[in-house]
Write a protein that binds this ligand. Structure first.
Ligand SMILES: [Cu+2]
Length: 188
């Protein structure tokens, strides 16, 4: 009886967590860099490919960038400034991500620079510069879909957050179950 009661409480917490994570993530978008093309040398070494993609998006703090690529074939280098960006130089690097897909949360407003340091990929157009706004996406944009891909991306973000939240809550549920079993075997 006691176990049932506690499980009920956790189920309630789980549901509330799910609702909260859905509600709070509506304003954040998940952007798949390059869309369905992903993160690799642009077709015909088109050096404006990723900038053309970025031009159609609005990036805000809290959004996520998804770099879809095969581990070992591509990577993602983050640069702190524009200084080395145009020349694909690794002099001053913020971070390098080797495992695909790489998902980066945009935590700071301002310009962000990325490129792939494999071979001559960067020289062949695999680089991206974006400007992240500190202003969140308006709710109306996510709900009504002012631009076509927005609701899909917002929904994907919500689903991802919800799934993540769910997993955490489920872990707590499992941990609580183990604790109860231990208590039971010790005292009963
Ligand atoms: Cu590459």
């Amino acid at each position: 009886m006691g176990i049932k009661h506690i499980n009920g409480l956790f189920l309630m917490a789980f549901t509330m967590g799910l609702l909260l994570s859905l509600g709070s993530s509506v304003r954040h978008k998940t952007h798949i860099v390059g869309g369905s093309y992903g993160w690799r040398i642009p077709l015909n070494k088109n050096t404006t490919f990723y900038q053309d993609w970025a031009r159609t998006k609005k990036f805000a703090v809290g959004d996520k960038l998804v770099f879809l690529f095969t581990t070992m074939v591509q990577n993602v280098v983050e640069l702190p400034s524009a200084a080395d960006f145009g020349v694909c130089r690794m002099n001053n690097v913020t971070d390098i991500h080797f495992v695909g897909p790489t998902i980066l949360e945009l935590t700071e407003a301002g310009p962000h620079y990325y490129f792939c340091s494999v071979g001559l990929h960067c020289e062949d157009g695999q680089s991206l510069a974006i400007v992240v706004s500190s202003t969140p996406h308006p709710d109306i944009d996510a709900v009504l879909g002012a631009d076509a891909p927005a609701p899909v991306e917002a929904a994907a973000s919500s689903a991802a957050t919800a799934a993540g939240g769910g997993r955490a809550e489920y872990g707590a549920l499992a941990a609580a179950g183990i604790c109860l079993c231990l208590l039971h075997s010790l005292f009963l």
